[in-house]
Design a protein around this ligand. Structure first.
Ligand code: S3P
Length: 176
């Protein structure tokens, strides 16, 4: 039962994962961070944390309203604060918001005691997954396909810089 993650540590994948205080999923909107995070947390008996969900709960409103009323920089500051809190804890599977990579310090902090994995998917898949969605303020205006392509392009280097990558395009949450 060799580790399917590193192929070297001679332990089951589940045991390998236990080496990390936290597991942190990053990646563009619609790459599966939340559904994969939930499944992973269950499998590892860890606690699932959805960063957008925590921020919404604390602010008593939706991410869209926060963007609208207080602006994106305010949302990024809330995100940054939450990264500092979560990266000091352990036993968590964290689904981040897609823009977490915009501040490289977020990835640095999560990487200190955690395993950071970047999920990706083909733009067509992302579009299909988000076609009926109205909760993403950054995709609310203009043509959704164009917005996805433009944002993906502007962030590509940041996502690609994460050492561990999984293309979720043709995979189920369990497989991922
Ligand atoms: C954002 C992604 C969203 C949410 C906010 C901004 C982004 O999270 O944090 O709308 O900048 O990519 P999801 O990746 O969970 O959709």
């Amino acid at each position: 039962d060799l580790c399917a993650f590193c192929g070297a540590c001679n332990s089951a994948l589940r045991n390998h994962m236990k080496r990390y205080a936290n597991i942190v999923l990053v990646g563009f909107m619609g790459t599966g961070k939340t559904s994969v995070g939930k499944a992973l947390a269950e499998w590892l008996h860890m606690v699932f944390v959805d960063m957008d969900g925590v921020i919404e709960q604390r602010e008593g409103t939706t991410v869209s309203r926060i963007f609208e009323k207080k602006g994106e920089p305010h949302f990024r500051a809330l995100e940054r604060q939450l990264v500092l809190e979560l990266s000091a804890k352990s036993g968590l599977v964290v689904a981040t918001g897609g823009g977490i990579v915009l501040n490289p310090a977020n990835i640095t902090d999560f990487s200190r005691n955690g395993l950071v994995v970047c999920l990706s998917a083909r733009p067509e898949t992302i579009l299909a997954r988000l076609s009926a969605d109205s909760t993403r303020p950054l995709l609310a205006e203009g043509d959704k396909k164009n917005r996805i392509m433009t944002l993906l392009d502007s962030r590509k280097k940041l996502y690609d810089a994460v050492p561990h990558q999984i293309d979720t395009t043709n995979l189920t949450a369990e497989k991922i």
